[in-house]
Design a protein around this ligand. Structure first.
Ligand SMILES: Cc1cc2nc3c(=O)[nH]c(=O)nc-3n(C[C@H](O)[C@H](O)[C@H](O)COP(=O)(O)O)c2cc1C
Length: 253
């Protein structure tokens, strides 16, 4: 059932070490054009992509993203923003002043749009022999990031993307068994899921020991237990989104 495109998609792995080699001229434009071909809710195209090239600004941005080495090393760093500002301007051309963003739907539409563009760009980049690493850490300090990138209301940075030629290959990380996520007709009972999770835990233990990466406890369930208890670390985002004009009626006092 495979073909060259599905083989390419299934060959993904994140790359976190890059050669000191710039991308050829015009490639970023080509990649972002591929990004623009993604489906977009109601053709709103509610996203913007910012290329940060100035070394000082890129360093400052990397520091705001937990100082991750792959950001410093990547010759090209793109920031994918959810962006309803342009759609607001379009409405203004027709005298619409009451832009209807006080609903979760507005935030979701723009965020999903930006994520689809991001994934298209990533796949296109990999097809050109580049390595990629997405950077969600850009949401740790959204206020400072917004200031650095001069983001207007109704715009926020969803994720960054490191692009560059891989300096070190990375083994593919195994995914959950397909049965864990593909369900016939209806959502499964928890005990079925738990069996799959335990199976995947074992897969991850074997994966990390085959890589001579002896993490303390590489079981997926254990790692996720810690990860999902840390969402509060990005609490600034709630406040920032509200400041940016994404405030929800049901959550207002
Ligand atoms: C929205 C998003 C944000 C991410 N943020 C980071 C990040 O800040 N740093 C990082 O090293 N990897 C980041 N990643 C990469 C994931 O850790 C990686 O995709 C996952 O562990 C699976 O590994 P793989 O991509 O090699 O298959 C992010 C991925 C996504 C989709």
């Amino acid at each position: 059932m495979n073909n060259p495109i599905t083989d390419h998609i299934k060959n993904h792995r994140s790359i976190r070490r890059f050669e000191d080699r710039p991308l050829p001229k015009g490639l970023v434009e080509e990649l972002v054009t591929c990004g623009q071909s993604a489906s977009t809710s109601s053709n709103l195209q509610a996203y913007s992509v910012i290329e940060v090239s100035d070394p000082k600004r890129k360093k400052a941005l990397a520091e705001l993203c937990a100082d991750q080495v792959q950001i410093h090393q990547s010759p090209t760093f793109l920031v994918f923003c959810a962006d309803l500002n342009r759609d607001r301007l379009a409405g203004q051309l027709h005298g619409v002043e009451n832009f209807d963003t006080d609903y979760v739907e507005a935030l979701l539409i723009a965020t999903v749009d930006a994520a689809l563009v991001l994934q298209n760009v990533a796949l296109a980049a990999e097809s050109h022999g580049l390595g990629i690493c997405m950077i969600g850490a850009i949401r740790i300090h959204p206020k400072a990031v917004g200031k650095l990138l001069n983001l207007p209301p109704l715009v926020y940075a969803v994720a960054g993307l490191c692009l560059g030629y891989p300096a070190k290959d990375q083994q593919q990380k195994p995914r959950l068994p397909l049965e864990t996520i593909l369900h016939p007709e209806r959502y499964p009972e928890d005990d079925q899921q738990i069996n799959h999770i335990k199976r995947y835990d074992q897969t991850m233990v074997e994966f990390y020991s085959s890589q001579a990466m002896h993490d303390k406890d590489p079981r997926w369930s254990k790692v996720m237990a810690a990860r999902t208890a840390r969402f509060h670390e990005r609490a600034e985002l709630d406040e920032y989104l509200s400041d940016q004009g994404f405030h929800f009626k049901s959550s207002s006092p």
